[in-house]
Design a protein around this ligand. Structure first.
Ligand code: COI
Length: 358
């Protein structure tokens, strides 16, 4: 166990203001009263663990992250159960992915118990910020970045790990409804040997112009294609993608090293199998998707991720071609309800996925 220094917020947000914030959480705009910081140096390893008041941080203008984007992050959620206790979902999976991202980006790995402890420390202070409404949670954002003041290009000898938290409702805003997706033909997200499987900020920065094109075309997310197999589906700007067929199959692109290994993706694969559905992780072409949607063999499509949970896809715009799904999304919604049910303690956690934080 690492000793954390706890520094109380001198002016914690009054309960009525928290209640106001939780009444309409949105996504990623409001932050809790505290944050976690742990420092790392090449000589001393992880040290100086603190949970302290949320606020601006100070960085040397030469800090390597500001120049070479040495940064990794995770997305997790804390859920309120009916007895008031707070749980998170498969944190060891996020810790393992964080450390795979760390390896790829030449940042130090963090012990799994320190990673999990950092979440517990934050929730010990900010438990009041976890909303309890349908589809709501406290989004947890652990991240590490290179702080050494050095413009040479090599792994940083000083790194900071932090966790911040933000009350979250529907990622896409408002009520849950099918989203529209733009197929990016001008940009790719990742290539073999690149950083596509790492959760690093640059992948998301690189998706923004494509995301802007999506928005300009009335779409909420962008779909990236495989750069080697032009018509193969990879993933959305910030989430994985699934299709459902009329004969009980669930399809999702296989993990080839260019796709983010989603924790939600892997849970949904398990839940689909538990329901007796056949899961196919393989290459999916846009032609197959378009033909299946047209002849009724592919009935549903959905996006999934920690932030997005499970969100139905209504339409896919590929230049002047449109793929539409207008079904009842029965499988998508059943998987969503079961996943959210497990996370919020309403459905039995038969796979032992929950971890109590507070
Ligand atoms: C998540 O689903 O947690 C993500 O990291 C996606 C996004 C908000 C960047």
């Amino acid at each position: 166990m690492t000793e954390f220094t706890a520094i109380e917020h001198p002016n914690p947000t009054p309960q009525e203001k928290i209640t106001e914030a939780l009444a309409n959480p949105g996504f990623g705009t409001q932050f809790t009263d505290h944050m976690v910081t742990v420092e790392w140096t090449e000589d001393g390893g992880w040290q100086n663990a603190k949970v302290e008041p949320y606020g601006p941080i100070s960085l040397d203008p030469a800090a390597s992250v500001l120049h070479y984007a040495s940064e990794i992050f995770e997305g997790m959620k804390a859920y309120r159960h009916s007895d008031g206790s707070i749980y998170t979902f498969r944190p060891e999976q996020n810790a393992a992915r964080f450390n795979r991202s760390a390896k790829r980006m030449a940042l130090p790995e963090i012990p799994e118990d320190l990673f999990v402890q950092s979440l517990e420390q934050l929730l010990a202070k900010d438990k009041a910020w976890v909303p309890g409404g349908e589809g709501e949670s406290l989004y947890l954002r652990p991240y590490s970045f290179a702080t050494e003041a050095f413009l040479g290009v090599r792994p940083s000898k000083e790194v900071r790990y932090m966790v911040i938290a933000s009350p979250a409702g529907n990622f896409f805003g408002g009520e849950l409804k099918p989203v529209k997706i733009w197929v990016s033909r001008d940009y790719v997200r990742a290539a073999p040997g690149g950083t596509g499987a790492a959760k690093t900020g640059g992948n998301y920065a690189g998706s923004l112009v494509a995301q802007e094109q999506a928005a300009a075309n009335g779409c909420q997310q962008v779909l990236f294609l495989d750069p080697l197999h032009e018509n193969s589906v990879e993933e959305l700007g910030g989430m994985n993608v699934f299709l459902v067929t009329n004969d009980g199959r669930v399809l999702t692109p296989e993990l080839t090293g260019t796709i983010l290994e989603g924790v939600t993706r892997s849970a949904l694969i398990q839940l689909a199998k538990d329901r007796g559905l056949t899961v196919e992780e393989r290459r999916i072409t846009l032609d197959e998707w378009a033909a299946g949607a047209a002849d009724g063999t592919i009935t549903e499509a959905f996006a999934c991720g920690t932030a997005a949970a499970v969100t139905p896809i209504g339409e896919l715009l590929d230049g002047d071609k449109t793929i539409s799904h207008t079904g009842d999304y029965s499988t998508t919604l059943a998987l969503r309800e079961e996943l959210l049910g497990i996370q919020t303690g309403k459905v039995e956690d038969r796979h032992g996925w929950l971890h109590k934080l507070a």
